[in-house]
Design a binder for this molecule. Sequence first.
Ligand SMILES: Nc1nc2c(ncn2[C@@H]2O[C@H](COP(=O)(O)OP(=O)(O)OP(=O)(O)O)[C@@H](O)[C@H]2O)c(=O)[nH]1
Ligand SMILES: [Mg+2]
Length: 461
Amino acid sequence: MSLPRFAIVGHPNKGKSSIVATLAEDDSVAISSEPGTTKNSRTYPMRLDGVTLYELIDTPGFQRAREVLAWLNAHDRGAGARTDVVREFVTQHETVERFHDECQLLRPILDGAGILYVVDGSRPYGAEYEPEMEVLRWTGRPRMALINMIGSGDHVDEWRAALSQFFSIVRVFDAMHADFDRRVDLLRAFGAIDEAWLAPLNKAADALAGERARRKAQAASEIADLMVEVLTATETAELKDENADPAVEEAARTRLRRAVSSREQAARRTIQEIYHHSGLQAREAAASFLTEDLFSARSFSVFGLSSTQLAMTAAASGAVAGGLVDAMLGGASLFLGAGIGALIGATGALVGSDRLAKVEVLGQPLGGYELRIGPITDPNFPWVMLGRALLHARLVSERNHARREALVIDAERDEHQSDAIEATRRRTLDGIFRTLRNDGAIDRNQRQRLMDEIAALLQIP
Ligand SMILES: Nc1nc2c(ncn2[C@@H]2O[C@H](COP(=O)(O)OP(=O)(O)OP(=O)(O)O)[C@@H](O)[C@H]2O)c(=O)[nH]1
Ligand SMILES: [Mg+2]
């Protein structure tokens, strides 16, 4: 079975590379508003589990289509020989600088790639595109036209009329926003114009659908691991005697906060890798809620539960007594939600760090004393952690690989995001969080339930 290969061709600066990035799920493809960004053809495979499903070939834009067409016409030997004439053109001009771009884009087509011709439907159609389409017709290869919408104008109808003179299939395809279903549709449509690729492209479409479900399960599993680890995290420090040393305690507290934050970062990287967005880390915006310090009052107010919901969840799951025990043991208050409310004015302030985590001084079997900080007992902490992880995973899963701007989320108007979690789910999760906090572990069934609840909350199809 031959591997489906597509050459993405067209005028310079019309979104060819953006379409390659989208269809190959590759966020490393060079894209810019500067015409002539792509200088040479390059193949990007779409791989799943080490198997290549199809290949996309990014190409430079046409520069001298009119001259190429004139040459082809001058050498015409009838319809049956046109592919050969195009091949002769490329062979004779491959080292000629002025036809560099044309040879680069025609070569993969002559070598068997299908054609995806890209135009910008937000700009008017013009006769200057005709030589390009005519040259492509001369190759005799299966071809489809894609109308990409870069700006706000709408010239789709005139484009459709012109393109259908040269292409049997014409589609509007938004390079930057095409979601999963649109991409799969496009693959299946191409299968319809090239019989040899019908089976492999349908297989690729099915593999992508399976992959989507697998990624969601992987993301939920990673977030479940994150929750288990951060809710049981502790730090220890040696003490000179049985009296807690405030400086030692503060240092240990800082280490605990840092450890939890870096575990969160690691989970984000894992999720970005799952969704083929490894390049995203470098593009995280500074002024985003996702980069807000995990322990800041603002982070707690945006992602956590409101004090009312915190109290109701605890009451509903019979945790009031437990909460009071927590409060006595660890100094955390069940109603800290209310305290956080009061802190919100002080943006950037860390949530009452003296109340955040359990503090114990432990005698050591071989003598001496140890200070232990953690686990974090603040009842809102799991909701903040979960809320941040869910939002990040959702944004990453939806993100198109042609986007080059930072991952930003303005959640300012969306306070207490965890309040939106449905009551029964919240009760289930609350039970799991409390087990983790109190026992330092959960059993396999609870781990599975935690993962299932997270998968349901991810809102990823
Ligand atoms: N808003 C919007 N912008 C787009 C879309 N597709 C491409 N662009 C932008 O258009 C510009 C050109 O995109 P590229 O994908 O680099 O275009 P190209 O055809 O590969 O360009 P060359 O390699 O220079 O021929 C970039 O700034 C893209 O971000 C789209 O669907 N919507
Ligand atoms: Mg390009």
